[in-house]
Write a protein that binds this ligand. Structure first.
Ligand code: SF4
Ligand code: SF4
Length: 369
């Protein structure tokens, strides 16, 4: 039977200790350079206690709260993507010996202990499922597979969505429904803990859990309802594929491109974007070479360079590629939209372009049903 109980706030410190004892390296949200991002956790004191955030298009600020809550903020600029699909990774090295024989070795990560991620949100669990669909099935990647196989997920229900969040409209949040080992729901005095896997049950069994009272259960329901009600943005509620492809010549593509800087911030922060490029970096000794894979973006010139031609030379074509792929052709490739409603691309776009607004305008015309 699944473990479900209440963990007092003061007992949460036992969670990273249990995970460390089980052989995991713990990461979790930490305040760094004015933002909440995942980093190594040495203790529960590293978490952002009493921190809140304010987000809107092109705006992100942290502030102090008057309570001790650890997770009363919405997603920061970084999800789990960079921990599994690393921004820059050596895939292999080659070396030629004195007799001209060529040797290859694969890159090895500095620390390959399994990872436990504390504080993962529902949108990031959904993004992880999409990254799995790509890197485990469509384009199998040994490094991703290894990191993913060892990953232990401690999810946290979102109780304070940002103004830019819209995960409820994509069906991906704000509560964590599946795909975790443990899920936490933060209340004033502690956490409702729910195990979602056998590994999660083994860890939960070592925590001093108490029965969940009726008041705590009611508080959880109230917070979940409030988190849904707080979300004011939404994507048009239907499969947008046909509507976008029926509007490839819409005048809005040009209008949005007049604001867009082609900076690729949106694709960097997006937890589902997986475009990448490969680079061979030979050493000056003429004998060794390193093969790198690094993040790329549909907003860079090089990403659409094919046989001497840049096929998406201008920003309208690049923005259209981003939106029609993310919200359209992902349905053909992965069976659903590529957007999980985290709102990061809205917050971190330096000019505040909002894909929910662009999709609503572009899909308001013919072909949207
Ligand atoms: S497209 Fe924007 S809102 Fe959707 S998952 Fe990516 S970053 Fe989040
Ligand atoms: S939409 Fe915004 S974040 Fe994305 S490339 Fe354009 S300016 Fe940069």
């Amino acid at each position: 039977m699944s473990i479900y109980g209440f963990l007092h706030r003061s007992a949460l410190k036992q969670l990273p200790e249990c995970l460390n004892e089980a052989g995991y390296r713990c990461i979790g949200p930490r305040v760094r350079e004015g933002a909440v991002t995942f980093g190594e956790l040495t203790s529960i004191d590293d978490l952002p206690r009493g921190v809140g955030d304010e987000q809107r298009p092109a705006h992100y600020r942290l502030g102090e709260r008057e309570d001790e809550r650890l997770f009363a903020w919405a997603v920061g600029p970084q999800g789990l993507k960079s921990w599994l699909f690393t921004p820059r990774e050596t895939l292999w090295r080659s070396r030629r010996d004195d007799d001209g024989r060529l040797y290859f070795e694969t890159g090895s990560p500095a620390d390959d202990r399994p990872l436990a991620a504390i504080g993962v949100r529902a949108c990031d669990l959904a993004a992880l499922r999409l990254q799995d669909a790509h890197f485990l099935e469509r384009e199998p990647d040994p490094g991703y597979r290894k990191r993913r196989a060892g990953l232990f997920l401690v999810a946290v229900d979102c109780t304070h969505p940002a103004e830019t969040c819209f995960c409820h409209s994509t069906g991906d949040g704000p509560a964590c429904e599946s795909g975790f080992d443990l899920a936490l729901h933060e209340l004033d005095d502690g956490f409702i803990v729910h195990a979602g896997s056998e590994a999660g049950e083994r860890v939960a069994a070592r925590l001093p859990l108490l029965p969940v009272g009726e008041e705590q259960e009611a508080a959880r329901r109230d917070q979940q309802r409030a988190a849904i009600d707080a979300q004011q943005r939404a994507l048009p509620g239907r499969n947008l594929r046909d509507a976008l492809f029926a509007n490839l010549d819409h005048e809005r593509w040009q209008a949005v491109a007049e604001r867009c800087l082609s900076c690729a911030n949106c694709t960097s922060v997006c937890p589902t974007c997986f475009c990448h490029s490969h680079e061979e970096v030979p050493d000056l000794d003429g004998r060794t070479s390193e093969h790198l894979r690094q993040w790329d973006s549909c907003f860079t010139e090089g990403h659409s360079y094919i046989h001497g031609i840049v096929i998406r030379a201008e920003t309208p074509e690049r923005y259209r590629q981003w939106l029609t792929h993310k919200l359209g052709s992902w349905h053909d490739q992965y069976g659903r939209s590529g957007c999980v409603g985290c709102g990061r691309c809205i917050t971190w776009c330096p000019v505040g372009i909002d894909l929910t607004e662009e999709a609503t305008v572009i899909c308001a015309e013919a072909g949207d049903d």
